[in-house]
Design a protein around this ligand. Sequence first.
Ligand code: F6R
Length: 614
Amino acid sequence: MCGIVGYLGKRDAYPILIKGLKRLEYRGYDSAGVALLDEQGDLRVYKTKGKVADLEAYVADKNAGGTVGIAHTRWATHGEPNSTNAHPHVANSGNLAIIHNGIIENYAVIKRQLEAKGVVFHSQTDTEVLVQLIDYVQTTRQVDLLTAVRIALHTVIGAYAIAVLDKNNPDVLIAARKSSPLVVGIGDEEFFLGSDASPIIEYTDRVIYLNDQDVAVIRRGHDVEVVDFYNEKVEHDITRVNLNLAQIEKGGFPHFMLKEIYEQPDCLRDCVRGRINSEANHIALSAIIDHKERLTKARRIIIVACGTSWHAGLIGKQLIEQYCQLPVQVEYASEFRYSNPVISEHDVVIALSQSGETADTLAAIELARERGAFVYGICNAIGASIPRATHTGSYIHVGPEIGVASTKAFTGQVTVLAMLALALAWERGTVSEEEYVRVIAALNEIPDKMQELLEQGEKIRDISRIFTYARNFLYLGRGYNYPVALEGALKLKEISYIHAEGYPAAEMKHGPIALIDEEMPVVVIATQNALYEKVLSNIQEIKARHARVIAIVSKGDDTVSQLADAAIELPSTEECLEPLLATIPLQMLAYYIAVCKGKDVDQPRNLAKSVTVE
Ligand code: F6R
């Protein structure tokens, strides 16, 4: 939510800032802006409604010189997306400009207090309150910029990553964070700021991940200094980021989402690499080796997550219950944090998050830790807040996911959950050697089988054309494939704006059947597993009501294929691993329907990749 970029160095800042904003546009894209200090020391601020390209067009014929600047791409929280509410916001003195990601919760109180003192506001945002407050502190108390920022941050409640530029301090940038991510890049006599490392890696691989309540002072000709809100020096590590440009570019695909769908076989190979020893038929997850006692003795597992990650959690529940014989609860992190949950020190909480920055999931982790649970994070973004807030964890290692609709992260999460369930079951002695070895072998074969499925891309594109007219979709699945139905429906609504619902197939008769008619396509995951016959009956019932059926079937299943209006064949695998395959055609179906409808697949309306606010 909102992308932040900053630069201070020896080059022109503007091209670096614009490129950085483009890399961060997945975080928000309703308006954008840039503030620069030019050679004469003038502060120039340009802002537009719309995307970064709109900002670029607006700035094209303007003075965009200067070697220091900050830039922002917004996901609106307070105030509609327009050029006034866009960041950077400038204080009334005309000296300070700020960019902000997060929410200042007590902004209304501070605003009233400042208004009472004569401060005039120009936007509807919480962010403007912060810059006016810093300005007010600086001018009334006659303190330096760092002190003014620290004092202001003592006053505000909320979540933020900020960067402040001061006309009177052209060689300084101040950055600070609380509950929203911020990374400082260190180059050769130059410094970068980013909401994540993606705008930085083109210039340097040396970064500092700021922690909560860190304030970084970036000064030309000096090392970065980090202090806390009380001005106490904070020791910080300079980390090397292992990311390359190819990973964050489209590589010939029309959209990041399609690229990421097609990357899945390789991603899964990376995810299991070094963890599955195929010769020894064994899974080694370092978190389980390091915390064997705590994890094997758990009496209950609680999975907390949001959105697509929550769907992966539902599959994780089935895997862990089947193999470890441990009760598992799956909770929306947003509900869990306010539900006063009963947690004990015998519980293990698994937090699932692609971005590792989701505010609700972070809050759920904090609560679980306070109540004594052991917390295991499963994340994708290396060095993000969640991996740092948990006791242990496993990265999914699928590479940066830029498309707003999550695809490869979902299959990566399910893969890690499958490895975790099997490894834990092995340690607990709740899985037979024969089954353990068989499922590991099947997991190893998944990337090749995904590849086989991806080769049906054209067929799925043709199917999607027929169904683009629909206004509602129903997705049905059972057992391991019920969360796949939920995920398929979520993908479709997110990017095509078609209403879609996922249901356990047997629930159809308890309500949703009332909706079924010739205008409502039904996607049914009908693979040949234990509940195959029952799902087959559901299909008959749907067809009797004249709805069109798109079926995901086991390879060679003519019965369902002949009954359905369109069928996509899945290679066979273990039932517990079917979600890894069945999800792929549903991702593609959503993608092609959205493309046919002319939607912006990578940046769907109202969504943002990393939900760092409540
Ligand atoms: C859907 C999607 C979201 C995220 C959710 C949690 O395509 O991407 O539903 O899954 O916002 O995000 P993470 O996994 O980053 O915590």
